[in-house]
Design a protein around this ligand. Structure first.
Ligand code: NAP
Length: 478
């Protein structure tokens, strides 16, 4: 008998009129539970509960908020193996990656527990005699959080924790593909004593639950992470209803490798950045931009590494690359691999694989001989697929790196301080990495991009308060 999991609305666990199976992409015969799918009416009830709870929560002391978030963080860290296993089972990243992501979620809750205590303001002398000016921050109100499937616990954590720390109430809709970790977080927050209505979980489809949240006049702000097309739709709806909006979307992240790079560092950074987590990271190094003299040595070394990567069941010890998340993402990856051949690339890897259990297994694909005008170099594929683009020198590498509609993360491998410094200054990206993969970030500093990748204030770190608070300026005549 598969266990059923319900939504958390107004402090009650509410049954769904419909339940969806949570299928393991490493083994399609394995169902990790059935999860309620909320209706638009359920979403409306959750929004009303969050609205009602806002008065109390926005006035709760920082100590109350600290204790709940800190307790949730402690519990997530203590249960990182259980949560990481659930994550790998529902999303398909390897177990060490799953446990690492769960631990990161715990650290994020603990960081934002502290932020609840650090949410200070300013006093500034007035230009008028006898007048004082205070600048304070308040919660925005009811915040709708909409998350993608590829980081099922870290992205929810980096939205929920700052939202609650800043005194907002939350309606959270995880991606329909990965309700397990979202439900586990809801249970942990409920156990930690979050008051009824302050945090609501509404699992279900974006076209139903997401649209109900975005369309509701009682939701004051939306924080969305996902694809560009969905983001654009949400942005239009939020503009119409005047909601505050934060969006983190796709990437086509460049990793530049210069002739003077340390080859081992460059190869390790490229393989990790492009293929770990099955390449399903918004920060994945999907364009490897390599200067002429190192190009062939780099391609040979990456090819050898990639061919040796163990693609298998995410939960199996020793697996380095888990399966693709579902059939439709696998189909998309295979379509782009076929397109790369039509566009004239030599494709290394990129083959459908069979393993002991039926799953969405695909070998990593290197698209050699790409140029930056190809569709495979311009569109986000979101799988274990990376293009190799040969360039003459650093200047051309920088220009190709910036020639994209996206701007999330950009990396360079070089031993030249001059090139690294110039790249940090001139890469058109929200995050720049030197001699590191484009993916893999700290939990206590800002995260986000520019150009088509992002809109609104940054997520994470102390900067998260820019989105989750609104500023009040108060004048007092003594
Ligand atoms: P997606 O299809 O855009 O979905 C993201 C979320 O939006 C899901 O919860 C989805 O619901 C919901 N949604 C869909 N239609 C909606 C609508 N009309 N109104 C409101 N919500 C709606 O993206 P995905 O495939 O889950 O994730 C992959 C994408 O996320 C990639 O483009 C990746 O680059 C991006 N991403 C970006 C970052 C970043 O920080 N920049 C991080 C991770 C991922 P369902 O449950 O129905 O899917």
């Amino acid at each position: 008998m598969v266990e059923r999991h319900d939504n958390l609305i107004g402090g009650e666990w509410v049954k769904g009129s419909e339940y969806a199976p949570n299928v393991n992409p490493s083994d399609l015969s394995d169902v990790a539970g059935e999860y309620a799918r909320a209706s638009a009416a359920d979403a409306a009830t959750a929004i009303a509960a969050a609205k009602e709870a806002f008065h109390g929560w926005s006035r709760a002391t920082p100590q109350v908020r600290f204790e709940i978030l800190d307790a949730a963080g402690t519990r997530i860290l203590a249960e990182k193996e259980r949560l990481g296993t659930l994550l790998s089972r529902e999303e398909g990243k390897t177990l060490p990656e799953g446990i690492g992501e769960a631990a990161r979620a715990g650290q994020i809750f603990k960081f934002f527990a502290g932020e609840a205590l650090r949410l200070g303001g300013e006093t500034i002398p007035s230009v008028r005699p006898g007048v004082g000016v205070e600048i304070t921050r308040e919660g925005v109100g009811v915040v709708g959080l909409i998350t993608p499937w590829n980081f099922p616990i870290a992205i929810p954590a980096w939205k929920i924790a700052p939202a609650l720390a800043c005194g907002n109430t939350v309606v959270f809709k995880p991606a329909d593909l990965v309700p397990g970790c979202a439900h586990a977080i809801a249970e942990i927050l409920d156990d930690a004593g979050v008051p009824a209505g302050v945090f609501n979980l509404v699992m279900g489809r974006g076209s139903v639950v997401g649209e109900a949240m975005v369309g509701s006049p009682d939701v004051n702000a939306i924080s969305f992470t996902g694809s560009v097309p969905t983001g654009r739709r949400i942005a239009l709806a939020c503009a119409e209803s005047g909601k505050k909006l934060q969006m983190e979307m796709g990437g086509k992240n460049p990793m530049v490798v210069l002739d003077d790079a340390d080859l081992d560092t460059a190869v390790a950074s490229a393989v990790n950045g492009a293929f770990f987590s099955t390449g399903q990271r918004c920060t994945a190094s999907s364009r490897l931009i390599v200067t002429e003299k190192i190009h062939d040595r780099f391609v040979d070394a990456v090819t050898n590494k990639v061919k040796a990567l163990k693609v298998d069941d995410a939960l199996k010890p020793g697996t380095e690359i888990g399966p693709v998340v579902d059939q439709s993402q696998l189909d998309q990856d295979l379509r782009y691999i076929a397109l790369a051949k039509e566009e004239g690339c030599e494709v290394i890897g990129g083959e459908r694989l069979n393993r002991e259990t039926e799953g969405y297994y695909l070998s990593p694909a290197l698209l050699v001989g790409a140029d930056n005008s190809m569709r495979t170099s311009r569109e986000e594929i979101f799988g274990p697929v990376a293009s190799v683009i040969k360039v003459a020198d650093y200047d051309e590498a920088l220009s190709v790196a910036n020639d994209t509609e996206f701007g999330l993360s950009a990396g360079i491998c070089t031993t030249s301080l001059k090139a690294a410094t110039d790249f940090k200054r001139n890469a058109e990206a929200g995050m720049v990495m030197v001699n590191l993969p484009t993916a893999g970030v700290d939990y206590h500093v800002p995260f986000g991009g520019r150009k088509g990748s992002s809109q609104g204030p940054r997520e994470q770190g102390a900067y998260a308060r820019e989105f989750y608070t609104t500023v009040k300026t108060a004048y007092t005549q003594a």
